[in-house]
Write a protein that binds this ligand. Structure first.
Ligand code: WT7
Length: 693
C-alpha cells in the first residue's frame, strides 16, 4: 500500500527552499525581470511571474503548492481520489485507491490505482464535455502543411467522428484488449483513431510516422494488431512522404488482416496509391457509413489503454504499457496545473501523437479538461521560420508547448521572423524533451514570450505518463534551465552510484520513490525487463535513466541520460539500435555509437565503424551506412558523423570503452584519461589520426 513517510525528504527540501517565502505565500514583487548577466551562476538567476499572472493563476503562491504537495505525499489516496471523483466513473474504485510494490527487494514490482473503478477515458474526454454544455466548443483546430488549409471540429463533431471509427473497428471484430496499430501523421484522424480505440477498450499502439518499414514491422510483430490505420501520404514542408508504401513494406514482413487507409487528398489522390484488394480499405469509403453513436466499453481503471514503444539500452524497443484510470487522472491534472489552464485558453503543442507528448498533451490531458487544441500537420519552419507565430496569431494561441530543439533552430533563424507577428495572445510557454539550455530559455522567454510568459519546463518520460518535475507558473520564481520542483505526488530522490539517497545540494542519479497514478505498469510481454531496467539498478526506487542535480534552493536540474540512450531533438534513440542497424550492412563488421553535443539537436549521433577485412572506407560507403540506418530505424536516427575505426578501444575482456570514444567524438583529446587498461592502446592514436577523414 502507498504508506508514505509523513516528512519525505523532498518535503524537507521544499520547506527549506530559500527563495520561497515561508508562510506568507507572497512572491517578491518584481515584474518578470531577468536578473541576468550580473549573477554569479545560473542557479541565482530568478525569473518571477508578474503580479498579474500570479494573481490569476490556479496556483498563485508557493504556499499553496506546499499545502497541496504535502497532502499529495502524506495522503496520496485522499488527494488523488478527490481529483478522480471529478471524472465520470460507472462505478467507483474499491477501498484501496493505490496498491503497489515499488521495491524490488520485496518481490515483484506492481502498481495499481483505482482498481475496481469502472470508467472510459474517451467518454471522459468527449461525452462528458458535450453533456456539460460544451458540445459547440472547438476541440481541434487543424492547420495543414500548406497555408490556407485548415479545418476544425467541435466536441460534438469530434464525438460523432470518433463513434464512427469505433463502430467500424467493432464491426471488423476488434474487441476490448485487442491491439490496433496506428501509423498516421498529424491529421485529426490520428487522435480520432486513438479515441476510437479507447472507446471500445482496444489498446492503441501509435507508431510515429517517421519510423521506417522495418521499425513498423517490428512493432506490429510484437503487439499483433487486428488492424493497421494509416493514410496514403502526407506533405511535410515541400516533401511528400508516401506512408502507404512504408506500411506495405512493413505488412509484407509481418501479417495483416486489414489496413484502413485515409485518403489524404492534399498530398496524394487514391488513384495513384498502391492497393492490395482484400486487405486495404479506404477510410472515407467505410467510416462515414457507420452510426455516429457508439456505446462505450466500460473498462477497469487497470485495463490497458495503450502501448507505446520507446528506446532502451538494448536493440529491442520497449512496449511501455499504460492503463486507464490513473493515466486519465494524472494527465488531466498535470495539464491543468503546469500550464495554468483556463477554459478560455487555446492550446498548441507541437509534438506528434507518435510520441508520448502527443498522447498525454495533445490528446488526453487537454481533452479531459475540455480544452481547444491546435494540431499542425506540417514542418514548423515551412514555408519559412515564421510559421509557428503565424499559427499562434491565426488561432490566438495562449499556451504554446514545444521542444528545445525547435527553440534553438528558430533562434538561429533570427528574431525578425518572430517579431513580425503579434503573439500577444500568448500567456504560457512550455518546453519538453531534453534539458533546455539557459540561452535558449532566455530567447524563448524574452523574444517569443515578450518577457511576459512563464515557461513550463516539464521533465518526464514515456514511462511516467505525465509531468514529474515542472514549474507551476505563478507559484514560484523560475530559473532558466531548471525544471524546478516535483509535481503533486511525485517524490524525486537523487542517489549516488551505490544507490544511497543524497540530500540537500547534490548531483547523482534521478530516481523516484513510490508510484504516482500515471506511471507505466509494465513493458508489454516482458515484465522481467521492466523490473531489471527500472527497479533493479537502485533497489527501492524507480530509476529514470537521467542524471540530475539539486541546487541550494531545492531546484532540480536535469543533466541528461546516463545510460546508453541518446536524445536527438528530443527523440530517444538507443545506441544499440543504431549499432545493430549499422552492422546489418554487409561491409560493416562492428559499430560503436555515442552521443555528441549538437547545436540544434541537443545531441547528435556519432558512429565509429569497423569494416569487414579488406573493405576500403569510401564516401560512398559512408553514405550507404547512413542510408541503412535511415531505412532500418527512420530518418531521425541517421548518424550525423561516421568515423572509420580500423580498431576500437577495448578492454582486455573485449568491452568497448565508450568513455574514450565520447572524448574522441567531442574532440576533448586532452581528457582521454587512462588508456593503459586497453588491450591495444595504439588504437586511440589511430582513431585520432582518422578523425577528420
Ligand atoms: C527523456 C524521456 C517526455 C516527453 C518527451 C520525451 C529527456 C524530457 C526533459 C526536460 C530535461 C528531459 C530525459 C528523459 N527529457 N523532458 N524537460 N528536461 N530532460 O519522452 O522519449 O520518453 O524521453 O527525455 O532524458 O529521460 P521520452
Amino acid at each position: 500500500n502507498c504508506s508514505l513517510n509523513t516528512t519525505t525528504n523532498h518535503l524537507r527540501h521544499v520547506e527549506s527552499m530559500a527563495v520561497l517565502p515561508s508562510g506568507a505565500g507572497k512572491i517578491p514583487r518584481l515584474n518578470a525581470v531577468i536578473l541576468g548577466e550580473a549573477l554569479a551562476s545560473e542557479e541565482d538567476d530568478l525569473v518571477f511571474p508578474s503580479d498579474d499572472f500570479a494573481r490569476q493563476a490556479l496556483l498563485p503562491s508557493a504556499q499553496k503548492y506546499l499545502e497541496m504537495y504535502k497532502r499529495s505525499v502524506e495522503d496520496p489516496a485522499g488527494f488523488w481520489s478527490d481529483i478522480a471523483s471529478q471524472f465520470l466513473w460507472k462505478s467507483k474504485w474499491g477501498d484501496t485507491v493505490c496498491s503497489e510494490n515499488f521495491d524490488i527487494r520485496n518481490g515483484n514490482v506492481y502498481v495499481q490505482w483505482f482498481k475496481g473503478g469502472i470508467t472510459n477515458i474517451c467518454y471522459n474526454c468527449l461525452d462528458r464535455n458535450v453533456d456539460s454544455g460544451n458540445g459547440d466548443k472547438i476541440a481541434f483546430h487543424w492547420e495543414g502543411n500548406e497555408r490556407g488549409f485548415h479545418d476544425s471540429l467541435t466536441y460534438t463533431q469530434l464525438l460523432s467522428q470518433v463513434c464512427q471509427v469505433a463502430n467500424y473497428l467493432r464491426d471488423i471484430g476488434v474487441k476490448k484488449g485487442d491491439a490496433v496499430v496506428i501509423y498516421l501523421p498529424m491529421l485529426m484522424e490520428l487522435p480520432i483513431a486513438m479515441l476510437a480505440c479507447a472507446r471500445i477498450g482496444a489498446v492503441h499502439s501509435v507508431v510515429f510516422a517517421g519510423f521506417s518499414a522495418d521499425s513498423l514491422a517490428q512493432r506490429i510483430m510484437d503487439c499483433k494488431p487486428k488492424v493497421v490505420l494509416t493514410c496514403n501520404a502526407v506533405k511535410r514542408g515541400s516533401k511528400v512522404i508516401h506512408l502507404k508504401d512504408i506500411v506495405d513494406a512493413a505488412l509484407s514482413e509481418s501479417f495483416e488482416d486489414a489496413c484502413l487507409t485515409y485518403e489524404n487528398r492534399s498530398a496524394m489522390m487514391r488513384e495513384t496509391t498502391k492497393w492490395q484488394d482484400g486487405r486495404d480499405i479506404w477510410w472515407q469509403d467505410v467510416v462515414p457509413t457507420y452510426s455516429t453513436i457508439c456505446e462505450v466499453e466500460w473498462v477497469d481503471a487497470e485495463d490497458p489503454l495503450f502501448l507505446l514503444y520507446t528506446s532502451g539500452s538494448t536493440g529491442k524497443p520497449k512496449g511501455v504499457l499504460h492503463t486507464t484510470g490513473g493515466y486519465m487522472v494524472y494527465t488531466a491534472t498535470t495539464f491543468k496545473y503546469a500550464f495554468d489552464y483556463k477554459p478560455s485558453d487555446i492550446y498548441w503543442c507541437t509534438a506528434d501523437c507518435g510520441w508520448i507528448t502527443g498522447h498525454s498533451y495533445v490528446t488526453y490531458g487537454p481533452l479531459l479538461n475540455g480544452a481547444t487544441v491546435v494540431i499542425y500537420e506540417g514542418a514548423p519552419n515551412y514555408p519559412d521560420p515564421g510559421r509557428c507565430w503565424d499559427i499562434v496569431d491565426k488561432f490566438k494561441v495562449t499556451i504554446f508547448y514545444t521542444a528545445p530543439t525547435l527553440v534553438r533552430s528558430l533562434m538561429r533563424d533570427g528574431d525578425a521572423y518572430v517579431t513580425r507577428y503579434s503573439r500577444k495572445s500568448l500567456r504560457v510557454l512550455g518546453s519538453v524533451g531534453e534539458p533546455i539550455n539557459p540561452s535558449a530559455w532566455r530567447w524563448f522567454f524574452n523574444v517569443v514570450g515578450d518577457s511576459r510568459c512563464p515557461i513550463s519546463d516539464t521533465w518526464w518520460q514515456t514511462e511516467t505518463g505525465g509531468f514529474m518535475i515542472a514549474p507551476l507558473p505563478g507559484a514560484w520564481p523560475q530559473k532558466p534551465g531548471s525544471a524546478t520542483f516535483p509535481f503533486f505526488g511525485v517524490q524525486p530522490v537523487i542517489v549516488d552510484e551505490k544507490g544511497v539517497e543524497i540530500e540537500g545540494e547534490c548531483s547523482g542519479y534521478l530516481c523516484v520513490k513510490s508510484s504516482w497514478p500515471g506511471t507505466f505498469r509494465t513493458l508489454y510481454g516482458d515484465h522481467e525487463r521492466y523490473e531489471t531496467t527500472y527497479f533493479k539498478p537502485f533497489p527501492g526506487y524507480y530509476f529514470s535513466g537521467d542524471g540530475c542535480s539539486r541546487d541550494k534552493d531545492g531546484y532540480y536540474w536535469l543533466t541528461g541520460r546516463v545510460d546508453d540512450v541518446i536524445n536527438v531533438s528530443g527523440h530517444r534513440i538507443g545506441t544499440a539500435e543504431v549499432e545493430s542497424a549499422l552492422v546489418s550492412h554487409p561491409q560493416c563488421a562492428e559499430a560503436a555509437v555515442v552521443g555528441v553535443e549538437h547545436e540544434v539537436k541537443g545531441q547528435g549521433i556519432y558512429a565509429f565503424v569497423t569494416l569487414v577485412d579488406g573493405i576500403p572506407y569510401s564516401e560512398e560507403l559512408r553514405r550507404n551506412l547512413i542510408t541503412t540506418v535511415r531505412n532500418q530505424i527512420g530518418p531521425f536516427a541517421a548518424p550525423d558523423r561516421i568515423h572509420w575505426a580500423p580498431g576500437l578501444p577495448k578492454t582486455r575482456s573485449g568491452k568497448i570503452m565508450r568513455r574514450i570514444l565520447r572524448k574522441i567524438a567531442s574532440r576533448q583529446l586532452d581528457e582521454l584519461g587512462d588508456t593503459s587498461t586497453l588491450a591495444d592502446p595504439g588504437v586511440v592514436d589511430q582513431l585520432i589520426a582518422l578523425a577528420d577523414c
